[in-house]
Ligand binder design. Sequence first.
Ligand code: SAM
Length: 173
Amino acid sequence: MGRMIEPNPGILAYLTAYGGRETEIQQRCREETAKRDDAVMQISPEQAASLALLARLTCAKNCIEIGVFTGYSALAVASAIPQDGRIVALDVSKEYTDIARRYWREAGVERKIELRIGPALASLDAMIARGEGPFDMVFIDADKTGYDAYYERALTLLRPGGLIALDNMLYSG
Ligand SMILES: C[S@@+](CC[C@H](N)C(=O)[O-])C[C@H]1O[C@@H](n2cnc3c(N)ncnc32)[C@H](O)[C@@H]1O
């Protein structure tokens, strides 16, 4: 197996500045979140850029995000999908997602994002029961104990060949 090359802080700063092309609004969302004790929940600019790239490469239009927090990942994907694309965004927290909505509004992508507050599993089951979909891409980034169930629901809601991205899959082994 090949050895990983550890990026040093200089390379990371370079990648963040030139690789991700984070917008000024994304940057502010990240910086506001960084002041919180729970900031570690937010994906990194590199991950956001990768998600946006995946959405573009797969021509994703209809997406689901499970775990919204302050809206950074949804902001990246919403900016990458077409004008008539949409993200069904699931989270239990109104407090977190009030912050998210503020940035989505500012970025002009709020109408692409349909926020549903409540336990994600119940929301996904309701979506399946209503026959919603098919979706092109699902990003799973909520409570880790729910991942199995979210993955199974995602398989039902996705189109054939659709994409599932999971954050922290190998977290702490
Ligand atoms: C890791 S954070 C999401 C980070 C976000 N994707 C980002 O990049 O900023 C996890 C989120 O999952 C939400 N969450 C936790 N348990 C949940 C559940 N059972 N149903 C829905 N959302 C849940 C939390 O409120 C939190 O906002």
